[in-house]
Design a protein around this ligand. Sequence first.
Ligand code: AMO
Length: 438
Amino acid sequence: MRYIRTNEISAEMDGKEVKIGGWLQESRNLGGISFGIIRDRYGTVQVTVRKKESPDLAKIIGEANRESVLIVTGRVSKSDKTPRGFEIIPNSIVIDSSAQSPLPLGVVDRVSAELDTRLNNRFIDLRKENVERIFEVKSEMLFATRSYLRSIGFIEVQTPKIAAVGAEGGATLFKLDYFGKTAYLAQSPQLYKQNLMGAGFDKVFEIAPAFRAEASDTVRHLAEFTSLDVEMSFIESSEDVMDVAQGITFESMKHLAEKCKPLLEKCGIEIELPKLPFRRISYSEAIELANSEGAKIRSGEDLGTEGEKALGTAVKSNWNEELYFITDFPTELKKATFYAMRKDDNPELTTYFDLDFRGQEIVSGGQREHRLDKLLAQMKENNLDPERFGFYIEAFKYGMPPHGGFGYGVERFVQKLLDLTNIREAILYPRDRLRLMP
Ligand code: AMO
């Protein structure tokens, strides 16, 4: 007999025989009756055993440890006394995989455990409904993103995650031994996605891990995160690129709000669709706004975590908006981003932007410098040897279109959307300075 999931059973199936598998969430003994609550990803069902009729089954349910995997075959029976309006009267219960006791972590406990304890026992933590659904939201977000990007002509690509050079500065590179040579884990597909513009793949995206040796412990940094990267050619300005970052965000939220109502109800959140287009705030305005909320950022300084938060508060109180672009980043601040295009009419400013969500950067990108002489000059400013970037530089010598793109932090988006305190909650098995297991 085939298994069915708990959500596929209803009171209308009264009398029908079913087979379910799941975890024993709890069991109770009430005089002549034993109950077991069996849980799978979709919910729970109650299995009811009358001791007189089935003393052996009552014994199994009574003795099984919580969180053991049980396989139950039985009859669906209408019942007013159960939350779902039916129960299962079993004719067979097998403890397929017994759980040890005590559990390292409770699944339905009211008091929540420390994040570290939860992450150390992630496979049990993920059994909790409120934890599992974070990953359903993430999956839906990526589904909507893929559908949207494909609908506007993008193709999905995969680029190497083991690379000879990094694009985002040396400080956060993970070094590894590659058959006796030095290699690095990719911080970003930056060089490859630009190379593909030279290859004529005019609209590409990639959803893949990116690695950063982040030495500090923060609630918004991971050593391995999911980077949603976009690159596109023949753009007029970075506005064309910003439209796509906005589109991904809007379409993901729309998909969740319109197509995933039961999921959002389970998450206890409501999604109010953001106004289009997202507000554009220049970097210098952003500083003023952040300072109006008590930040003390001097002109030319990085906004930083606190500045971003203050800006989020200012935007919310002034316009009741939560998603906004910061544009016109000063060249001085983006100097290390050697591939960023500066404004031709004002080289003190770049074409670079961030997209912030509720006071936190979630996207960063802009138009790239595709003119070889200017690119080489910017590399020189950063003391980078173009020889080391062989394939990357070569592509600029043989026909490179104007192009731009961005990196979108998937966990950062999920964190903000679901109001999670720590980004580690938005990734199954977080990697950080101290965590390599599980
Ligand atoms: P950047 O380094 O700003 O840009 O990264 C792009 C986006 O990725 C997310 N992000 C992170 N998320 C979690 N943990 C981290 N340690 C982390 N680092 C970055 C953020 C950020 O906005 N090559 C450029 C992108 C481009 O220009 O196309 C880049 O990597 O949400």
